[in-house]
Ligand binder design. Structure first.
Ligand SMILES: Cc1cc2nc3c(=O)[nH]c(=O)nc-3n(C[C@H](O)[C@H](O)[C@H](O)COP(=O)(O)OP(=O)(O)OC[C@H]3O[C@@H](n4cnc5c(N)ncnc54)[C@H](O)[C@@H]3O)c2cc1C
Length: 296
C-alpha cells in the first residue's frame, strides 16, 4: 500500500512527489512518457524562475533528476482505470495494479488541434498554442489568433501589447468569450477581427508565412509570421472516475489544497480548473496538495 500514488510525471506530478517524499510519505509516480508531457513541447522557457532560458525538454530532465535524487520511483506506465476502495484506490495499468491511500491526478491537458493542413508540419515553426509562452518570440511581428472563446480573445489582447498586428480569426460573428474581453479587444487599434472565417491551411515551407481562410465564401490569404491556435483544450482524462466533479470543459474542480470532491483524491497542475496554466503554477500545486494530504 503506497501512501501517495501520482498519475503523471510532468512538473505538477514530480513536484507533488518531492513534497510528499519530504513529508515522510511513501510515493510512486506512474507516467505515460515525456513525449506526452506539455512541458517537453515548449521549445524555449524564459519565465521559470532561476532559468534565464532553457528548453522544456532540458527543464523537465532536471525535474526528473531531482525526483530520482530523492529516490522516488517513476514507473513508465500509463493508467487505464481507477477503482475506489475502502482504504483508498486501486490503480490499473495495462498489466499491473497499484494500491494507494491517496491518489493525485497530474495528467495535464492537451490543446485541441485546428486540424488543418500545415498545422503539424509548422508546429514550433510559427504555430503555437500558448501566447504567454511563445508570444515573446513574435515581438513587432504579425500574428493570427484562431478561435472565439475567452482563451482566443485573451491571447489576442496579450499579443497586441507587443506584436505589430494581430488578426483574430473566428468562424462566427458572435463570440463565446466574455463581452468585456471582446470589447477590450475591439478597443485595440492593432487587433483586426476576421469573422465568419474558416481556416483552410497554414502556409509556409520552413516557417509560417500566412494563413488561408474562407470568409463568406471567398478564399483569402492573411500574411502573418505566427499562428496561435486557441480553439480549446481538453484535460488528459483517459479513464473515468465516477462522481468526480469537473467543469463543462472537463477540468477537475478542486479546492485551495487541490482536493477534489472525492475523499483522498486530488488533482494538480493543468488538469485542474484554474486561471493560469504554466509550469510555475503546476509546480506550486505540489506544495498545496501535500498540505491537503496531511490534513486528511
Ligand atoms: C508549446 C507549449 C509551450 C509552453 N511554454 C511554456 C513556457 O514557456 N512557460 C510556462 O510556464 N509554461 C509553458 N507551457 C505550459 C506548461 O508546459 C504546462 O503548464 C505544464 O507543463 C503543466 O504541467 P502538468 O504537470 O500539469 O502537465 P504536463 O506537463 O502535460 O504533464 C502531464 C504528464 O502526465 C502524463 N500522463 C497523461 N496521461 C497519463 C496517464 N493516463 N497515465 C500516466 N501518465 C499520464 C503525461 O505523459 C505527462 O508526462 C507551454 C505549453 C506548451 C504546449
Amino acid at each position: 500500500m503506497i501512501d501517495v500514488l501520482i498519475v503523471g510525471g510532468g512538473p505538477a506530478g514530480l513536484s507533488s512527489a518531492i513534497y510528499a517524499k519530504r513529508a515522510g510519505l511513501s510515493v510512486t509516480v506512474l507516467d505515460k512518457g515525456a513525449s506526452e508531457c506539455q512541458i517537453t513541447k515548449a521549445t524555449e522557457v524564459e519565465n521559470y524562475l532561476g532559468f534565464k532560458s532553457i528548453s522544456g525538454i532540458d527543464l523537465h530532465a532536471q525535474f526528473v533528476e531531482h525526483a530520482k535524487a530523492q529516490d522516488i520511483p517513476i514507473v513508465k506506465k500509463g493508467v487505464v482505470s481507477v477503482e475506489k476502495t475502502e482504504s483508498g484506490f486501486k490503480v490499473f495499468t495495462k498489466k499491473d495494479e497499484f494500491e494507494c491511500k491517496h491518489l493525485v491526478l497530474a495528467m495535464g491537458r492537451s490543446h485541441k488541434h485546428l486540424g488543418v493542413e500545415g498545422e503539424d508540419r509548422l508546429a514550433g515553426a510559427g504555430v503555437s498554442y500558448c501566447a504567454t509562452c511563445d508570444g515573446f518570440f513574435f515581438r513587432d511581428k504579425v500574428v493570427a489568433v484562431i478561435g472565439g472563446g475567452d482563451s482566443a480573445v485573451s491571447q489576442a489582447i496579450y499579443l497586441s501589447a507587443f506584436c505589430q498586428k494581430v488578426y483574430l480569426v473566428h468562424r462566427r460573428d458572435t463570440f463565446r468569450a466574455a463581452n468585456y474581453l471582446v470589447e477590450r479587444a475591439r478597443e485595440k487599434d492593432n487587433i483586426e477581427f476576421v469573422l465568419n472565417a474558416t481556416v483552410n491551411e497554414i502556409l509556409g515551407d520552413n516557417f509560417v508565412v500566412g494563413v488561408n481562410v474562407t470568409q463568406e465564401e471567398d478564399s483569402r490569404t492573411i500574411e502573418c509570421d505566427g499562428v496561435f491556435g486557441a480553439v480549446g483544450e481538453k484535460p488528459n482524462m483517459s479513464f473515468v472516475i465516477d462522481g468526480l466533479h469537473t467543469t463543462s470543459q472537463g477540468q477537475i474542480v478542486t479546492d485551495n489544497y487541490c482536493r477534489t470532491n472525492i475523499k483522498r483524491l486530488y488533482a494538480v497542475g493543468d488538469i485542474r480548473d484554474r486561471e493560469v496554466y504554466q509550469i510555475i503554477t503546476a509546480v506550486a500545486d505540489g506544495a498545496l496538495v501535500v498540505e491537503g494530504i496531511l490534513k486528511a
